[in-house]
Design a protein around this ligand. Structure first.
Ligand code: GLA
Length: 588
């Protein structure tokens, strides 16, 4: 009969061979450790009794093999602290602690969000001053243009500016702990979205289950969570608010349009105007979705042949944002028609109609990046354009898509050359918190905590819209901390509007840089590898020289002055974000 210890070892060797499948978990590693300590105990006994030398030797060899295997397996798991390895999508997921880096806002006022805001002459103006600090607070706008008013209790600026021009104002927010002031430029002209839009979208958490009451609860949560105080503004319904022809669900069927051809919402949205009134009453803006095709991606009625009427309807309803999703428009354009003209056509039409409205509705092009949309998205009137396909199309694959589209697709297409004030690359939504698993449930994101830091850091460096699409009514502290770091948001919303780019890539290590308006640079040290590693950003790679002040912007802590380079340890799939000022040139 085979010796029991040999059977065990063979069993582990078998597993070791199957290690490519990475079917190792914490429990197994634990039992491996128990086994080794069991061996040591037995060996101690053997030493004390009459065992032969060959028994002792065999024992030592077996133990050595076990220790070796254990070491290999442990290295797959990234060392101590790992709990789970899963290679279902070809990458390794590890449960990491959700470490909160964002400091809690202090009691004194701090003004956040965009410093520059575009509006068209004659359009209703709505902008809510974003500021943290103990409430009640008093909000003022010094040099406010004559046609606008600022509600001193809520910070809501409203009215209508009739005359084009640049209005340089100063926002002042005060409370019992102090006061803060910051310049705020209102640009009245033909450009909107002078910094990337910030908000929430219903798709990845609610997909086809979205309702009026969820939208209201989500808008209310943007206020109660405090996200509004960090600059979040848009509350956007995605697909599935319109009638779905042929649906078996009675809440989705009915006449797609009224007798005048005006589009109807389905029963889940009994009164769109009252919904947007509610969203606006909170100081927020409202977004809607449709397709140039006869139906949307999820099979609801689209705008084809009713473009003018539908936009008129959205204007009456009071929407401020339109996501226009190509989807079934292929039926009109022709499946094989890959000409840029064909890709542009529906967007040229819709943006012309949008410009004719007496309301500012920003346009988000959504068509998966076809025809290199980044090259002409702005030209056809888009304020943002999706650069690639859906990041969260497969729940398990979000991390893989993030790395693929976030880092490589962006760099391969040099997307930094196309985004800027008035038109932004949109690599899709922030996938944190609770998301739909596409099986009818909402479950925690498949991104590890480090990957979540990576996503929002990269989005900030790339000047991508910060649109969260997890459950905003169910924010845990960690998720909220990711979304509300004002120094990270400040990078994203930098008024220069110059997207960052990858400066170096070596193995799994990447260094990214973004130029900021005050002459400083934001730098991301990214670790795409499987193990914690030290990453160095050298001044020569960053294009800077001399003594530089370095600040860790997630932790919001100055790290001191550095010469020649800056290094930091970065966890698996994680990031360290710093902001760097030349001590001799620019001071904050
Ligand atoms: C497409 C879009 C998504 C979402 C869905 C809705 O897949 O890319 O962002 O809007 O359609 O059906």
């Amino acid at each position: 009969m085979e010796k029991w210890e040999n059977v065990l070892i063979k069993d582990y060797i078998r597993k070791m061979k199957g290690a490519s499948e990475l079917i190792v978990n914490y429990k197994e590693l634990n039992s491996m450790k128990k086994l080794i300590s069991g061996y040591i105990r037995i060996f101690k006994v053997l030493l004390n009794i009459n065992s032969t030398t060959s028994m002792k030797t065999r024992f030592i060899t077996n133990m050595g093999i076990i220790i070796m295997i254990s070491g290999v397996l442990n290295s797959f798991s990234g060392g101590t602290g790992s709990k789970k390895i899963n290679a279902s999508d070809g990458r390794m997921d590890k449960e990491e602690a959700k470490i909160i880096l964002t400091p809690k806002p202090g009691p004194e006022p701090r003004i956040n969000g965009t410093k520059i805001f575009g509006v068209r002459p004659g359009s209703p103006f709505l902008f809510t001053i974003a500021a943290t600090g103990d409430k009640p607070m008093k909000y003022e706008v010094l040099n406010i243009p004559g046609d606008l008013v600022c509600d001193s209790n809520t910070g809501r600026i409203s009215g209508v500016i009739k005359k084009s021009g640049e209005y340089l104002t100063t926002i002042r927010v005060s409370n019992k702990s102090g006061a803060a002031e910051r310049q705020f430029k209102i640009v009245c002209g033909d450009r909107l979205a002078l910094t990337p839009p910030m908000g929430w979208n219903s798709w990845y958490v609610w997909e086809n289950r979205i309702t009026d009451s969820i939208m209201r609860a989500s808008a209310a949560a943007m206020v109660s969570s405090g996200m509004i105080d960090h600059g979040y503004m848009y509350v956007n319904i995605d697909d599935c608010w319109a009638i779905k022809p042929g649906s078996k669900d009675s809440s989705l069927v009915g006449d797609p349009r009224d007798k005048n051809g005006m589009v109807n919402s389905n029963k889940r949205f009994p009164d769109m105007r009252s919904l947007t009134d509610y969203i606006h009453s909170l100081g927020l803006k409202a977004g809607i979705y449709t397709s140039p095709g006869p139906t949307t991606c999820a099979g609801h009625i689209g705008a084809y042949k009713y473009e003018e009427k539908d936009i008129k309807r959205f204007t009456e309803w009071g929407f401020d944002f339109l996501k226009y999703d190509w989807c079934n428009y292929w039926k009109i354009a022709g499946k094989d028609n890959k000409s840029v003209e064909a890709f542009q056509k529906p967007y040229i039409l819709i943006s012309k109609i949008l410009r004719e409205q007496n309301r500012d509705i920003i346009l988000n092009l959504c068509q998966g990046g076809d025809g290199d949309v980044w090259k002409w998205g702005k030209e056809v009137g888009g304020q943002s354009w999706r650069t690639a396909v859906d990041l969260g199309a497969s729940f398990e694959g979000i991390g893989k898509a993030l790395f693929r589209d976030g880092f490589d697709f962006y760099t391969n297409n040099q997307l930094q050359n196309y985004g800027g004030p008035g038109g932004w690359n949109d690599p899709d939504y922030l996938l944190f918190g609770y998301l739909s698993n596409w099986k009818g449930q909402t479950v925690p994101t498949s991104l590890t905590p480090n990957e979540q830091y990576t996503q929002i850091s990269l989005w900030s460096l790339q000047a991508a819209p910060l649109i969260f699409s997890g459950d905003i009514t169910r924010l845990d502290e960690f998720t909220l901390s990711l979304l509300t770091n004002d120094e990270i948001i400040e990078v994203n919303q930098d008024p220069l509007g110059k997207p960052g780019w990858r400066v170096t890539k070596q193995n799994g290590i990447e260094v990214w840089k973004r130029l900021l308006e005050d002459g400083s640079i934001a730098v991301g040290l990214f670790n795409r590898g499987e193990k914690e590693i030290s990453i160095t950003a050298s001044w020569s790679d960053l294009g800077i020289t001399g003594k530089q002040k370095v600040r860790d912007i997630w932790r919001q802590k100055d790290l001191g002055s550095f010469k020649g380079k800056f290094s930091s340890t970065v966890g698996r799939h994680g990031v360290v974000m710093v902001r760097i000022w030349d001590v001799n040139k620019v001071h904050r």
